[in-house]
Ligand binder design. Structure first.
Ligand code: SAH
Length: 453
């Protein structure tokens, strides 16, 4: 039984940070997690939840401040659910992300000889998102608002500025908000499941600067479509595509299955390094282009390609990594479970005139067995699974294929660590680099190199 009571006010020193960026205070060995508190700070907090193995505190006062603490640049920071680390200096964020990887791999899993590099950050860690998905709603005075959801809720906070999305997106959304009000646009009400305009989704080619605006509506008939299209074109010459996406599902999913082009092209293009990609309204495309290039460059370095290798790009999305590697390899085989992404990958291979790529739709764990049966013997395997990590069958087949090198990109280092332990039977985990793909949020992305023993 612990002595800590709900509503109690407690003073304590923060000794650690969780991977969510919450401060940890310990009494005996019982941890209390306090959001927004930083390591080394002496704080007063109110206990708001008491559980068997931990408690949650609300920060009341900071008696001794950490040097890592800064005033969050965004005025909406403490309300919005988008960012979690703006109260820390950027360097402290990068250190925290590295520390998490060191903790998982060295302290917990005992990879003593693995080199863990510093987190690769951004020179200017703002305005990096090339895609924004902005909910549209109404306030109590019946005025149209656009913004972001409050933490853990679906209440929209009206915002005029977001510091992590491409600046042009804010200009477009602020104009649209004014026009929605002026033209009396019908706005979707989540509770009543009525109304038309639900979301505005904006995508930019970071390098090409091509802009796509997608109006997500509950239903097809939309009488102000022409006038909005005309005004968008007049005000924003970079817009090359305006689309309407129909979502009449009443679920939390942002976009529906069907889209129409209201103006211009069906897709935009962008470049990552020398490779060109077509992106439509539904395509999966990495959000932070500047960091994606750094991540892929590190992955290429880890692959150590000489030009004669057979490479597998598993969990390949629209084939970005494989296409990046194609000029440096003999042949690249990609696999991905989403059919539209494979169509994109094939088209992107054609646009770039690569003749040494094959993209297959299916589950990585099944397709890799098929490849093995066909006699494909990879030298290098790229792995980039979703948060849950790799399927065990997949890893076992990978061990049987026994490539010289495995390069494993992960958006969840704890499942990567689990998978690394299985690969360790046959591979040495030589090095890992964390890459900051989402500054000011708790997301950690890593790229790891495994060498055959
Ligand atoms: N490598 C890509 C995408 C990585 S995201 C890039 O860098 O852009 C992970 C991808 O794995 C997603 O596209 C998801 O659709 C896919 N995926 C999830 N489960 C899978 C499975 N069992 N087999 C193959 N692909 C899968």
């Amino acid at each position: 039984m612990n002595a800590i009571q709900k509503n109690e006010l407690i003073e304590g020193k923060v000794i650690d940070l969780t991977h969510e960026g919450h401060g940890v205070v310990k009494f005996d060995r019982y941890p209390i997690f306090v959001p927004n508190a930083l390591i080394d700070e002496l704080i007063t907090f109110k206990v708001i939840k008491v559980k068997k193995n931990f408690a949650i505190g609300k920060l009341i006062e900071i008696k001794e401040k950490s040097n890592d603490r800064i005033e969050p640049p965004c005025v909406y920071y403490y309300k919005c659910g988008g960012c979690q680390l703006q109260h820390m200096t950027y360097q402290a964020q990068l250190n925290m992300k590295k520390e998490q990887v060191v903790n998982l791999f060295k302290r917990k899993a005992g990879f003593k000889d693995t080199l863990i590099h510093d987190t690769i950050g951004m020179d200017d860690p703002w305005y990096y998102r090339n895609k924004s998905q902005i909910p549209v709603g109404k306030n109590n005075e019946n005025k149209v608002i656009t913004g972001f959801y409050r933490q853990r809720s679906h209440d929209i906070i009206d915002m005029d500025e977001c510091l992590i999305q491409d600046q042009i997106h804010q200009e477009v959304i602020n104009k649209l908000k004014a026009w929605f009000n002026e033209l009396n646009i019908s706005v979707y009400n989540e509770r009543k499941k009525q109304g038309m305009m639900r979301h505005v989704v904006i995508r930019t080619g970071h390098h090409s600067r091509e802009l796509m605006v997608i109006l997500v509506t509950n239903g097809t008939k939309f009488k102000q479509a022409d006038i909005l299209t005309e005004r968008l074109r007049q005000h924003f010459p970079d817009i090359v595509s305006i689309k309407q996406n129909i979502n009449d599902t009443h679920s939390n999913v942002i976009m529906g299955q069907k889209s129409y082009t209201l103006y211009g092209k069906d897709e935009i293009i962008d470049m990552l390094s020398d490779v060109t990609f077509k992106i439509n309204d539904q395509s999966f495309y990495q959000i932070n282009s500047i960091q994606t290039e750094k991540l892929y460059q590190r992955a290429i370095d880890y692959a150590e390609l000489q030009g004669e290798e057979t490479v597998l790009d598993t969990y390949c999305g629209i084939g970005t990594i494989g296409l990046y590697m194609a000029p440096k390899a003999k042949h690249v085989y990609g696999v991905e479970v989403v059919p539209e992404a494979i169509t994109d990958a094939q088209q992107n291979a054609t646009i770039n005139q690569f003749k040494n790529t094959t993209f297959v739709c299916g589950k990585a764990e099944e397709v890799i067995l098929k490849w093995k049966a066909e006699g494909i013997r990879p030298d290098v395997v790229m792995v980039d699974p979703p948060r849950k990590g790799c399927d065990e069958t997949f890893l076992k087949t990978l061990l049987e294929l026994n490539p010289q090198r495995i390069v494993y990109i992960s958006c969840n280092p704890s499942t990567q660590q689990r998978d690394a332990q299985l690969l360790a039977q046959q591979y040495q985990l030589t090095q890992i680099t964390p890459v900051d793909m989402f500054p000011h949020t708790t997301h950690v992305e890593t790229v790891a190199q495994f060498e055959r023993l």
